[in-house]
Design a binder for this molecule. Sequence first.
Ligand code: R5P
Length: 298
Amino acid sequence: MLLVGPEDDFNIKIARGLGLKLVPLERRIFPDGEICPRVQKEVRGSDVVLSLRMKSGVGRPNDYLLEVLFTLRNLKRHMGAGDIVLIMPYFPYARQDAIFRIGEPLSPSYLAEMLEDAGASSIVSVTVHLHRLGSFSEIFKKIKATNLSGFKALSESIKRLPLQDPFIIGPDTESIHWARELAQFCGIGEYDAFRKERDIETGDIRTYIKEIDLKNRDVIVVDDMVSTGGTMANAVAAAKEMGARLVISAFVHPILVPGSVEKILGAGADIIIATDTIEWGGSKASVTGDIIDTLRGG
Ligand code: R5P
């Protein structure tokens, strides 16, 4: 078996952990934005682990998905690969897990079909945002799909901090699941969630706080992902206004469109902790260990 993917720290760690040779994937982009991912060595006859991460910033999900689809198809159709285990640490389009307005697509299901058709034999992802569509494995009809928790990796970084009277809070009702998960991994007894409303047309966010005593406590605001930073920044600002001593902004997927980090810091966050499911220079936690353990376990 070989590991195909960009030759970065993330893939070097996974290849080492699994004892696999890394076949570099070149990510070429033409001036007009077309992409040409190139597998740089022969893989004929070998089973492959294809490990590819999205880059943080605006407009990346579509480039990323086409890169994954082209590489899968190429490995299968022209390069003679055997089975392909796809590591896709961030699964884009998962927030469109329902047809919210008539005429919208059910994007995660369509994407699952496309990945199956392109040649993936199984897929491993991390904290997939599916609240309304059942589980990650249910959206794949033909292949095995594994959804790992990114909160374990976050908890390992958080546990290293000398926290005083910690409290975990999610920025919206849905995030109570993430708050609970992180609390369990950290061994922190208290968690809750604010309530948020987002205008479906304009995207404007309003956060409703709860009467929780956060005075002089160290507060971890947790979410699965941060894109514009609006949701996180509102919750961070609320925690500060409620008297928190230290506010840590913790999230699994750093999508982080330009300006988002500044927004979160500007709202009063003292520390930002995110994992490396997306390529971002500031990641302080790594999901590679959990991916290695899962793949070792078959
Ligand atoms: C929403 O359901 C997600 O869990 C995140 O809270 C949301 O995607 C964050 O988006 P933004 O950073 O743009 O507020």
